[in-house]
Ligand binder design. Structure first.
Ligand SMILES: [Zn+2]
Length: 244
């Protein structure tokens, strides 16, 4: 019976490992953390845009002079065009979080590609002209999604520091969850969509204050600095700069 253990590891353990956001993809590029020499992190928000909560997040970012990346759900972007424009005209980046936020583990290549292309098309129609990164819903991937992304030359931008804010565990707990996991090069995940987000908005305010108090973690990559040309693809758009 012992011979079943390695088989179980192969057929159950390996797929579970590949699904997890912090594990590598078999195809294409995925990042849950960026290798950096400086104390920087990237701040990201998922599942918007949602009128009210996205506006509140933007106000917090503006207050602290910080840029973030917003991974938008396509059908929500289409319903809220002015909010999409408000995000990127404030200097933030837009990402593609699929059209309908479906779990993409066992979807067909055609369904997967349509979810991505349709969302990109809306963002382009609304005037966004920078590279559009991708983040898989729930941070999960297996084989088909990474393969489609690699065919489309898209990076999957995942995360390694998250607040469990989708469970609304309380502002202090969200802050604690993020601060426990964050390290230089981390990609922080919070949500401006996905239910009521008052706790997240308050937590983002505190997280930014605490990170700033610890050093220039949020301020490294000024896009005009020569220092950022190194590892440019990974850092320029992932690590968001404090505005000058
Ligand atoms: Zn999501």
């Amino acid at each position: 019976m012992l011979f079943l253990i390695p088989l179980a590891l192969c057929f159950v353990g390996l797929p579970l490992l590949l699904i997890h956001p912090t594990c590598p993809q078999i195809f294409g590029e995925a990042y849950s953390h960026v290798k950096v020499n400086e104390r920087v992190v990237a701040l990201t928000f998922d599942d918007g845009p949602i009128p009210g909560f996205t506006d509140d997040v933007l106000a917090v970012l503006n207050k602290h002079n910080i840029h973030a990346t917003f991974f938008l759900i396509g059908e929500r972007a289409e319903k809220n065009p002015d909010l999409v424009k408000k995000i990127y005209t404030a200097g933030h980046e837009l990402g593609n979080h699929t059209w309908s936020h479906a779990l993409m583990l066992f979807k067909s290549p055609q369904f997967t590609r349509e979810q991505i292309e349709k969302t990109d098309a809306v963002l382009r129609k609304l005037g966004y002209n920078k590279e559009i990164y991708f983040r898989s819903p729930y941070g999960q991937k297996l084989l088909i999604l990474p393969w489609v992304l690699s065919e489309m030359h898209k990076k999957n931008i995942l995360f390694d520091a998250y607040g469990w804010d989708w469970d609304s565990p309380g502002t202090d707990k969200i802050v604690e969850n993020v601060m426990d996991k964050v390290s230089p090069g981390s990609i922080i995940l919070l949500h401006d969509g996905c239910g009521t987000r008052e706790q997240t908005v308050a937590a983002a305010d505190t997280i930014i204050q605490q990170l700033k108090a610890q050093g220039p973690r949020l301020s490294v990559c000024n896009r005009n600095r020569a220092a950022c040309h190194e590892q440019r693809d990974e850092r320029r758009l992932l690590i968001n700069s404090e505005r000058k």
